[in-house]
Unconditional design. Structure first.
Lengths: 379, 402
């Protein structure tokens, strides 16, 4: 019964929804934006989230995790999507935690994961080097120097890059610039010499940074797993990230659609609710049908992470492409159906519109994932 | 769970032992067994396979054993489907009685009607067709005009029905008829079973753009119908019809996988008809259209699974209402995609010069246009979703099926 939530997951979803609607409604994101908050999220909120166990949902019990699996994490992410909650949840508890879990040595796992589980260590994956997702196109160099290494290069669109306690930097130890072979991931603590971080203010008011590394000294125990072999697990980490982001996007789409349908029933023109017009009814109904597909895709993708790893890549691309398309469509329709008020900053619909565009670029746009799906299927 | 595993194992063994090898090959339209007084088997194997399944109640696996069904739970029914699919076992009996009328009779029929008709359906004794639409009542089904007048001991039926699938080969028809011309549209309609052998019933086939004529127009000229053939209460046939429409739409949503014609799957067609460069389809537009279609079908398949799991878990979900719309639109997209992939090889109308599969693909393309019209147009489906799922207010003048 992978496509129906179990009792435990339903309970988790309810707790998450109640908590986030009280502690982190969309107005909280607006307040962070308007205050030009330097951190970009509320550390108190993150502490609460960690107390609820959200930083450790996917982590095994021996490192202090809840071990609820990805299906458990998925319901929480959906709820954070509903309220656009800004927090280190995605960059740390999904991407960072997965990188350490899948790539780290036993010592690294024992060292870092309990801190991640407790919400005491936030992480950021420094991956992209261009303005589109190209996970294997890495020019940042990791070169041997004495007992350790020197790291040099430039990273863009690093989610939580300016606030994380440590960066996980994807760098090249060997191989051609576009090759999956020869990649390494190194952990660079905040404040390390030679690291220049520039926070970028993005349309969605969430966190990202551009980071330059200039001959940064890296000790050999800062290399996650084995040097030059990150290519063997990096794709799995990204696929988990893609599925998690799809779950967050599903929550956002459900919320923005629910608000749109409510508006169609409320707004009166020509003496009747505009939702009685068939032109709008059909567009809303077709969105509802798309939403049904998206729900099935996301639920299955989350299940696949826990139960059918051989399907991970294809389901990750299906989920991300589906939610990219639907995220754009649903937010555009939301603005249009709200009419004039839809383009005002006062209404929160604009926040959903902007977040969808950023989310669409995270770990692969629609074209990237359709191409990957086709390639995986042999055409 | 253990019981289900055991059921699966037993089912697998039974199918292995009882499904003849010839009944595990793809079916042509001529080989389908539709039962009925005039029905015949394409082969001795088809007869044996049908009789073995019938005797086990597995032509209607989930119906009660009291009426000749298999008495399986939905989970067991699903397992049987999966196990049949695993060995490509043919559907032993094709029947609107099984798929549409039976479920409605189980819900609304009198005990006498169940006794009279259900076992006959399971046994394939009569072939049924459906009399809903009329020349003047398509999407606006409730405006139907075929009259059934109360004559004391019988109804006298006059009028005509259109899109009656295979009416010229059917034994019985289930019909919506107007029994109260003065009541509001939906309130004067009754659900009637009519023996096609009755004097005054006639049929004319309708030729379609595909060249097929599977549909007929059926005429009723002073046809006498016993009153015991009324299903449900007088003037309350609309509820029976709606319940039955749900079964029809579910069927149409699922029908994609069970098309009798030999169609080339789109990925296979791409390999056969398109140029590849470095393992990829060279034409970027066609590659993009193909992946769009494949991803959509993947999502629709998962949604069918979710719908089933929700039902099995006792959750009354809203998925089902969207499936007819999504499934039939996807079939239409597939057939357009196939024509595009096959180029002029997808446009052959008759041999020579084309393979039978190519000719089937052209005909299926033409046939697919009916998918989003029959059983409620896509536009009507969207009305239903808007009103029943999203609960948007009715349009200023009620123009919807409700």
């Amino acid at each position: 019964m992978a496509l129906v939530l179990n009792e435990e997951q339903r309970l988790l979803a309810e707790t998450a929804r109640e908590f986030l609607q009280k502690q982190s409604p969309v107005s909280a994101l607006r307040a962070l934006r308007d205050a030009r908050d330097p951190l970009g999220y509320d550390p108190e909120l993150w502490r609460h989230m960690a107390e609820l166990g959200w930083a450790s949902v996917i982590l095994p019990e021996d490192v202090g995790g809840l071990d609820f699996g990805f299906s458990g994490l998925g319901v929480v992410l959906q709820e954070t999507g509903r309220t656009l909650a800004a927090s280190p949840l995605f960059a740390t508890a999904v991407v960072g935690a997965s990188a350490l879990l899948l790539g780290g040595t036993e010592a690294q796992k024992a060292d870092y994961l309990p801190q991640v589980a407790a919400g005491e260590l936030t992480l950021a994956l420094a991956l992209e080097e261009g303005h589109h997702h190209r996970p294997h196109h890495i020019a940042t160099r990791l070169e041997r120097s004495g007992d350790g290494f020197l790291l040099s290069g430039e990273k863009l669109f690093v989610l939580d890059g300016h606030s994380a306690d440590a960066l996980l930097v994807v760098a090249r130890s060997a191989g051609e610039t576009s090759s999956r072979d020869g990649l390494s991931v190194v952990l660079v603590p905040r404040g390390t010499a030679g690291v220049d971080i520039e926070r970028t203010v993005m349309a969605d008011s969430r966190n990202a940074a551009n980071i330059r590394f200039t001959e940064v000294s890296i000790a050999s125990d800062q290399v996650i797993g084995t040097e030059g072999e990150a290519g063997s697990w990096l794709d799995d980490v990204l696929d988990r990230g893609r599925i998690a982001m799809a779950a967050e996007m599903l929550g956002s789409v459900e919320e923005v659609f629910a608000r749109t349908v409510a508006w169609l029933k409320e707004r009166v023109q020509f003496g009747v609710p505009i939702g009685s017009f068939q032109a709008l009814q059909h567009r809303a109904a077709s969105l509802q049908a798309e939403l049904e597909l998206a729900r099935s895709v996301v639920l299955q993708a989350l299940t696949v992470v826990d139960e059918q790893p051989q399907q991970l890549a294809i389901m990750a691309s299906l989920a991300k492409a589906t939610l990219n398309d639907l995220g754009r469509h649903a937010t555009n329709e939301a603005v249009q159906m709200h009419g004039g008020i839809g383009v005002t900053d006062e209404l929160e619909i604009g926040f959903f519109l902007k977040r969808a565009r950023t989310a669409m670029q995270i770990f692969g746009d629609t074209g990237f994932h359709k191409n990957r799906y086709a390639t995986l299927c042999g055409y | 769970m253990e019981d289900l595993d055991q059921f699966r194992e037993e089912t697998r063994q039974w199918l292995e032992a009882n499904c003849p090898a010839s009944q595990r090959l793809p079916n042509t339209p001529e080989e389908q067994y539709w039962g009925g007084r005039r029905g015949s088997f394409a082969s001795e194997d088809a007869r044996v396979w049908f009789e073995r399944m019938r005797d086990r109640g597995w032509t209607a696996p989930e119906w009660p054993t009291a009426y000749g069904g298999g008495g399986l739970t939905p989970q067991q029914g699903q397992i049987l489907k999966e196990e049949m699919k695993r060995i490509n076992a043919r559907t032993p009996l094709y029947s609107l009685g099984l798929w549409m009328l039976g479920p409605a009779l189980l819900e609304y029929g009198s005990e006498a009607q169940k006794q009279e008709h259900l076992r006959a359906i399971v046994n394939g004794e009569f072939r049924w067709c459906q009399g809903y639409s009329e020349p003047g009542a398509g999407s606006d089904l409730a405006s139907l005009q075929t009259r059934a007048e109360d004559q004391g001991d019988h109804f006298l039926v006059n009028g005509s029905k259109i899109w009656t699938t295979a009416a010229d080969r059917s034994d019985w028809i289930f019909c919506l008829v107007r029994t109260d011309p003065h009541a509001k549209k939906q309130e004067g309609i009754s659900f009637l079973l009519i023996d096609m052998a009755s004097p005054g019933v006639s049929t004319t086939p309708i030729e379609l753009i595909s060249g097929d004529s599977e549909f007929c127009q059926t005429f009723f000229d002073n046809v006498r119908v016993p009153k015991s053939n009324l299903v449900g209460k007088l003037n309350q046939g609309w509820s029976v019809a709606k319940a039955l429409l749900v079964h029809e739409r579910k069927l149409m949503a699922e029908i994609g996988g069970d098309s009798p014609r030999k169609e080339i799957p789109p990925v296979e067609a791409a390999r056969r008809y398109l140029e590849f460069t470095d393992g990829r389809i060279a034409n970027p537009q066609l590659r993009s259209d193909l992946v769009d279609y494949e991803m959509r079908m993947h999502a629709i398949g998962l949604t069918h699974m979710r719908s089933f799991e929700e039902r099995a878990a006792g959750i009354k979900g809203t998925v089902g209402l969207a499936m007819k719309y999504l499934g039939t639109e996807a079939i239409k997209d597939k057939n357009e995609l196939l024509l595009a992939i096959m180029g002029t090889r997808g446009l052959g109308w008759e041999a020579p010069g084309f393979t039978p599969e190519e000719l089937d693909t052209t005909r299926l393309w033409a046939m697919s246009k009916a998918m989003t019209i029959a059983g409620g147009t896509s536009e009507v489906q969207l009305n239903v979703i808007a009103n029943h799922v999203l609960q948007l207010p009715q349009p200023p003048k009620a123009v919807t099926e409700s």
